[in-house]
Every structure is written in structure tokens, then in C-alpha cells.
Design a protein around this ligand. Structure first.
Ligand code: SAH
Length: 280
């Protein structure tokens, strides 16, 4: 039996419980939960979370952070699931609007920052179209945590004059339509979100457009979490290195990644990747 989805009428029950009149206007807060470590939550995100009647969260938000919401707050996961029904973006938008129209304070909690590959813009537009107040609390996007943990700056005097965040996936599910020539220029950092499964294509494209295969690269999986893993590699070694990681991961390419530090386990992975690169 499929699990029933929350309906606005359920929300009304919560209104009664919280003792608020049904006509009191609710609001939607799009809150960035950061990359995972609860200490990377902003003070504002914490304060807003503590006022939530309903928390609608995706899969990247850790339990430790969800525990910071009031005990009475209803928690709804809209995580993408392989086996069960996943919520379509339109259903999430409608849910946020319906809860707010019922007078609830809705916290839409997203991994990282809501406006960096977080579909926050679509939720904002849905609220605006419905006349629902929508406010945004920025969060630490994964790239910032990954770079910080590796000790590799995203911009660096002399070797990284720009940083670009790109997606490794187009909405159709295949390769994104990016300005490969522009991204292939030296002395800039390219951070690829959602790029693990398309790492081979990205690496080929960048090298095809002229970026050196020896350009330093870094992969960080589960940045800021206890199970964080970093692999130091090169643009040419990116596909082999990407095959080693599990969980949410970023690919970062650029000369400044020469500063990236890996732990003991990751150095081994680095050597393996280089050996494989040398054989091919
Ligand atoms: N809004 C989020 C990004 C969501 S897109 C943000 O600002 O960080 C999902 C992608 O983000 C993942 O596929 C992965 O590439 C990246 N990501 C999210 N959390 C991560 C983490 N803790 N470590 C590494 N990459 C992460």
C-alpha cells in the first residue's frame, strides 16, 4: 500500500493544535541547512527552524539538524526515493503553499543553500503566484565546505581568478549544455555539482576544449560529515576517481586544487588513480 501524502486538511488539524486562527497568514521559509555538519547551520536558520509548524525537508538534511526543530513540528520528507513514490516538484510547491494558506509556518529545509541547485527558485515562484509570503535564509553551499575541509581555496591569487558552479546533469538527465570553451580556460576553478555519474563526459569535454589533463582536481564526498572522503586527482584522473565515491559528492577542477590535502586513506586512492591513469 502506498503511503498517503499529506493533504491540506491534515494541516488544519495542526492549526487547531497550535491554537492559531485559521485566518492568520502563514509563511514559507526556504532555509539552507548547510552541507551536513549542524555547526554549519546559520544562527538565523536555527532560529527559524525553532518556529516551524511543519518542516518539509529533502534527503540531504541530517537527522541531527531535523532534531533541532520543535518536537511538535510535523516533519515531512520529500527525499527522492528509488523504491517509493518521489514527490514531483509541482507537488512540493503545492504542499508548501497549502500549508502556508492554512496559517502554518512552513520551513522548507534544503541541503546547502536553497538557491544553489536547490530548486528554491521554483518554490519561491509558486509562493509568489499564490500570494504566500516566502522568505529565504541562505546556507553554506557544499562547495564552500568541501574547499574549506580540503584546505584548497576556490579563488587564489595567481591561480584561480574566478570560480564557477555548474551542474553535471541537465534537467533531461543527460549532459548539461555548458560553455566548455570558457570553462576550459586556465587559472579558474570549476565546481561540478551532481557530476559523479557524468565525470567521464565532463573530463573529456574540458580536455577537448583545451584544459590540461594535468590540471589538479579534487573530489569531496559527504563534505563536512563524519564520513567525508576526499580524493586528490587530476582532470584526466577524474573519471576513475569518481568511480570510487559514494554519496553526495562534488568534483572540483582548477589549478588552486593543488593546495588540496587528503587524509591517509585518500592518498592511497590518489596513487591508485594515478597508476590507472598511467596505464591507459
Ligand atoms: N543546494 C545544495 C546542492 C543540491 S544539489 C548546496 O547548496 O550544496 C545536490 C548535489 O550537491 C549533490 O549531488 C552533490 O554534488 C552536492 N552536495 C550536496 N551536499 C554535499 C556534501 N555534503 N558533500 C559533497 N557534495 C554535496
Amino acid at each position: 500500500m502506498s503511503q498517503s501524502k499529506p493533504k491540506p486538511k491534515d494541516a488544519k488539524r495542526l492549526v487547531v493544535l497550535s491554537g492559531r486562527g485559521e485566518r492568520a497568514p502563514g509563511a514559507v521559509w526556504l532555509v539552507g541547512a548547510g552541507p551536513g555538519d549542524p555547526e554549519l547551520l546559520t544562527i538565523k536558520a536555527l532560529k527559524v527552524l525553532q518556529t516551524a509548524d511543519v518542516v518539509v525537508h529533502d534527503g540531504l538534511v541530517s537527522e541531527e539538524i531535523l532534531d533541532l526543530a520543535p518536537e511538535a513540528a510535523r516533519r515531512i520528507s520529500v527525499a527522492k526515493r528509488k523504491s517509493r513514490h518521489s514527490y514531483a516538484q509541482g507537488e512540493i510547491n503545492a504542499m508548501l503553499v497549502a500549508f502556508a494558506q492554512d496559517g502554518l509556518t512552513v520551513v522548507r529545509l534544503k541541503g546547502g543553500d536553497p538557491f544553489i541547485f536547490g530548486r528554491g527558485g521554483e518554490e519561491l515562484e509558486a509562493c509568489r503566484a499564490a500570494g504566500v509570503e516566502c522568505r529565504i535564509v541562505p546556507g553554506v553551499t557544499a562547495a564552500l565546505a568541501a574547499a574549506a575541509d580540503a584546505g584548497a581555496p576556490l579563488t587564489h591569487r595567481g591561480s584561480a581568478q574566478a570560480v564557477t558552479f555548474v551542474t553535471g546533469h541537465a534537467s533531461a538527465g543527460d549532459e548539461p549544455n555548458l560553455d566548455w570553451e570558457g570553462l576550459a580556460k586556465a587559472n579558474q576553478t570549476v565546481v561540478i555539482y551532481m557530476g559523479v555519474s557524468t565525470a567521464a563526459g565532463i573530463s573529456t569535454r574540458l580536455m577537448g576544449a583545451g584544459r590540461l589533463g594535468s590540471t589538479p582536481a579534487l573530489i569531496v564526498a559527504n563534505a563536512s560529515r563524519a564520513n567525508e572522503r576526499r580524493i586528490v586527482t587530476t582532470l584526466a584522473g577524474l573519471p576513475a576517481a569518481a568511480a570510487e565515491v559514494a554519496g553526495p559528492a562534488l568534483l572540483i577542477v582548477g589549478e588552486a586544487m593543488a593546495l588540496a590535502q587528503a587524509g591517509a586513506a585518500e592518498i592511497v586512492a590518489h596513487v591508485e588513480v594515478r597508476e590507472r591513469g598511467a596505464m591507459s
